[in-house]
Design a protein around this ligand. Structure first.
Ligand code: ADP
Length: 248
């Protein structure tokens, strides 16, 4: 999305609050559920503000076509898709350039966390389906996909948690929503492996000074660490809930 840059609408009011009432460094409410699709090997559902996203994992499994298999590791394939009813105006269901780009960066963000060498000659398919979008869907999708991969039992060296920061009305803000993305000045989505302490995705749409970049980067990392705590709790709730509390 191109940045309009300095729109006249008050994206931040005199009290320093944003259009949806959040403080500058406040995340939207987040909810994560694990293991809700019976047919998938692993699945997760995330609500990130108004974003509603399903992630499904199939594999490790046999590769078709066979020649795309690798002798020494599994092939990770990711598909990010926005459903036609996920936006205010019906979205064309055909994959757009944006969806192809997000599918690629999503694969690159997840791959470092996976022990793909444990599964030679197989493939792991990750499907991220956006049911309702509201800005920051690539980050929410990556976070859901990482949980779905863990739910599928794929060997991982860490989870991957993602969050964006940005610049709106000349101020750095955490977790940019759709209005802020469209009318704001910059969007900086990042993904991290929180325990390995590595960044696996970093994109920047718009412009930031060095100082703004440093602040937005640190805020996005802090945001991703909060997302990680929720991913962890969701997985613990699913696999280590006291007996009788299981919901499937
Ligand atoms: P992200 O969702 O990761 O922030 P973008 O910055 O590219 O990705 O998009 C920001 C937001 O713009 C999306 O979350 C979505 O709400 C909206 N958007 C993207 N593509 C479309 C589209 N084809 N039609 C309507 N809204 C869209």
């Amino acid at each position: 999305m191109g940045k309009a840059g300095g729109d006249s609408r008050a994206l931040i009011n005199e009290q320093g609050l944003r259009i949806d009432g959040r403080k500058l460094d406040e995340l939207r409410p987040i909810k994560i559920e694990v293991g809700i699709l019976k047919n998938a090997d692993g699945s997760a559902y995330i609500e990130f503000g108004k974003n509603k996203i399903m992630a499904a994992v199939y594999g490790p499994k046999e590769v078709h076509p066979k020649h795309s298999a690798l002798p020494d590791k599994s092939v990770l394939r990711c598909r990010y898709h926005m459903s036609p009813f996920s936006t205010e105006e019906r979205k064309n269901p055909a994959p757009s350039r944006r969806e192809i780009e997000i599918s690629k960066v999503m694969r690159e963000a997840l791959e470092p966390a996976l022990m793909l060498q444990d599964y030679p000659r197989t493939a792991i398919d990750v499907f991220v389906e956006v049911l309702q979008s509201d800005g920051g869907s690539r980050c929410a999708g990556i976070s859901a996909a990482a949980v779905a991969l863990a739910d599928a039992g794929v060997n991982m060296r860490d989870l991957v948690a993602a969050c964006a920061a940005g610049k709106v009305a000349e101020q750095v803000v955490l977790d940019v929503d759709d209005t802020e993305d469209k009318e704001g000045q910059a969007d900086l989505p990042i993904a991290i492996m929180p325990n390995v302490n590595q960044v696996t995705l970093l994109q920047l749409d718009g412009q930031l000074t060095d100082e703004e970049f440093g602040k937005a980067f640190n805020w996005a990392i802090e945001g991703a660490r909060k997302v990680y705590q929720l991913q962890r709790q969701a997985l613990i709730g699913r696999y280590f809930a006291p007996e009788g509390n299981e919901n499937s």
